[in-house]
Design a protein around this ligand. Structure first.
Ligand code: PMP
Length: 287
């Protein structure tokens, strides 16, 4: 089935969708994005993603291409026409194209932002074999820019990190700055010692994960102890278990870090329980 995608007001077959070669998203990575997961044909935490999108746009002085209600309608239409039961909706807003290349931002009164959305069909996402097996992680230097709280499409280094992980026979990488773990290439990072979950506090150094917020709330409701503080890779290697969170993989158990096996090398009980609670509550609250 050819996907139907959305580009600047139009629903089109993916083969007919076009963006200018002068679009600043293409030339300058002058763009922000969101990924919202779909379970049972419904959107998970749409509100959280819409609020973060607005924040990213504000931080970059970029105008909103449309209202939150319009965005919701586009998400729902794409999920419906593409018959997505489990999968993702990708959304990107760029500063648009003024028909040439210039470092200075174009006048927003004459250059409108570009808005692109497409779906990714992922049957079995909630029960993925990867989540049952758990992920092997390597640690790498974090050499990204200093505003990782803004969800920009500057994803070259995270892509390289995934390739470094692959080359090392692992699944993903955690990034380390000044001796402390910042986050995964496309997820937030946690370790568990006893009944305590440790994760880095929010700042400009990491993305403010929508899944992070939900999972920490659910962990608290389940009487787990949460410590938001800086932590080292060595602390995580010495943990009982570890995991990551993201909208596209929910709660993903981590079973090894830099060749050090955690626990018995299978997903830990707290990660498994949080994944179950997250999936269960998210399905109930999905719209
Ligand atoms: N950190 C980074 C660097 C990410 O790319 C992502 C996923 N986009 C996350 C954290 C997790 O955020 P969320 O839970 O909102 O998907």
């Amino acid at each position: 089935m050819t996907r139907t995608v959305y580009v600047n007001g139009e629903y089109l077959p993916e083969t007919e969708a076009k963006i200018s070669i002068f679009d600043r998203g293409f030339l300058m990575a002058d763009a922000v994005y969101e990924v919202t997961s779909v379970l049972d044909g419904k959107l998970i935490d749409f509100e959280g993603h819409a609020v973060r999108l607005e924040r990213s746009l504000n931080e970059l002085d970029m105008r909103s291409p449309c209202s939150k209600d319009e965005l919701l309608a586009i998400h729902r239409e794409l999920v419906a026409v593409n018959e997505i039961d489990e999968g993702l909706v990708y959304l990107q807003v760029t500063r648009g194209s003024d028909g040439d290349r210039d470092f200075a931002f174009p006048d927003p009164d004459t250059t409108a932002p570009s808005l692109v959305l497409f779906t990714q069909n992922k049957p079995g996402l909630a029960n993925s074999p990867a989540s049952q097996k758990g992920a092997k992680i390597i640690s790498i230097d974090d050499i990204r820019w200093g505003r990782r709280d803004i969800k920009t499409v500057q994803l070259l280094y995270p892509s390289m990190g995934k390739m470094m992980a692959k080359a090392a026979g692992a699944d993903d990488a955690w990034m380390v700055q000044d001796g402390y773990v910042t986050e995964g290439t496309s997820n937030n990072a946690y370790f568990v010692k006893g009944n305590t979950i440790v994760t880095r506090p929010l700042s400009n150094d990491i993305l403010h994960g929508i899944t992070r917020k939900a999972v920490l709330r659910m962990a608290e409701e389940a009487q787990m102890t949460i410590e938001e503080r800086l932590f080292t890779v060595d602390e995580a290697k010495d943990a009982d278990e570890a995991f990551t969170t993201s909208a596209s993989a929910f709660v993903m158990p981590v079973i090894a870090i830099d060749d050090v096996t955690l626990g018995d090398g299978t997903p830990g009980p707290i990660a498994k329980r949080l994944r179950e609670i997250y999936l269960d509550e998210s399905r109930k609250a999905a719209i």
